[in-house]
Design a protein. Structure first.
Length: 295
């Protein structure tokens, strides 16, 4: 499977929503707004919005509510990539086949654009959502903040930076990635459940299990592709993790062991969806894409 099987209407939809919520480049401070749009509208796989819409479809959630969740999460994701690429962190020159934000603009503008994208995410998710009670909307804000903060994505990046050159155990590597990548992916899948008061805690637990498995599978496949793919296909520097002496699953388990773990995680994700009915095709497709993608 070479491309994400996300219905084209959803891919078009999230691009349109992002274009609407991002400040226009001709509004002052124009350079900052241009940088925000450069990073957030740079394309990419859009897996996280895809997961939001897929989860919402399985739970019969209105698209308007999903738009806000998807846009807020994608702004958080875009901000994290801008900051991760900075010289003080991963020092990358390419992102999605284009110059990274600090290369296309400058470091100060890149930092500020990341800050502003994060703020915009909470602006979006705190606006009233039709059909969602205030108590549930407060939960959405809390889930997003937790996923992005020191117990989630930012904490995972801190662990990642501190682990360069270290020999981590498999459990330590999983903890790092469950924070850095997994926390936001869990938010993608679980946040829509708070837009439908008929969702049971058992169903929410199943969604969490699915998200944990696909989130870790995403990172395992990333590590595999860093070895087996090429820069042109990836849209970023191939072998960057090896060059930076970062702990990876192939380095720890060997390539065959990493691929075996990837298969196990996929099976766990598929099993978690047995809790639901026939509306989970998109969630199944995304799990398949994550383990089979080539970039």
């Amino acid at each position: 499977m070479s491309s994400l099987q996300l219905p084209e209407k959803y891919r078009i939809r999230i691009e349109r929503v992002l274009d609407e919520v991002l400040p226009k480049a001709d509004i002052s401070p124009s350079r900052l707004h241009e940088a925000m749009r450069y990073s957030a509208l740079a394309g990419g796989k859009r897996i996280r919005p895809g997961l939001v819409y897929a989860s919402g479809q399985a739970l019969d959630v209105q698209l308007g509510a999903l738009d806000k969740i998807a846009a807020a999460i994608e702004c958080i994701h875009a901000y994290s990539l801008v900051h991760d690429d900075l010289p003080a962190m991963d020092d990358d020159d390419l992102r999605r086949g284009k110059p990274t934000a600090h290369k296309a603009f400058d470091e100060a503008t890149a930092i500020l654009s990341g800050d502003a994208l994060q703020a915009l995410a909470f602006d979006i998710i705190s606006e009233p959502i039709a059909g969602v009670p205030p108590r549930n909307q407060l939960k959405l804000v809390q889930l997003l903040a937790s996923a992005a903060g020191s117990n989630g994505m930012a904490g995972g990046q801190a662990i990642d930076l501190a682990s360069v050159g270290s020999a981590l155990t498999e459990n330590q590597l999983e903890v790092m990635h469950s924070h850095k990548t997994g926390a936001l992916i869990i938010a993608c899948v679980v946040m829509p459940s708070y837009c439908n008061d008929n969702i049971t805690e058992r169903q929410r637990s199943a969604l969490t299990r699915y998200a944990k498995s696909v989130g870790l599978a995403f990172q395992v496949q990333d590590d595999i592709l860093d070895v087996e793919s090429d820069t042109e296909t990836l849209g970023k520097q191939q072998g960057a993790d090896i060059a930076a002496n970062k702990p990876t699953y192939p380095a720890l388990l060997g390539m065959s062991g990493a691929k075996r773990k990837l298969h196990i995680l996929y099976e766990e994700a598929e099993a978690a969806l047995e809790e639901f009915g026939s509306n989970t095709e998109l969630l199944h497709n995304i799990a398949q894409y994550i383990v089979n993608r080539n970039k």
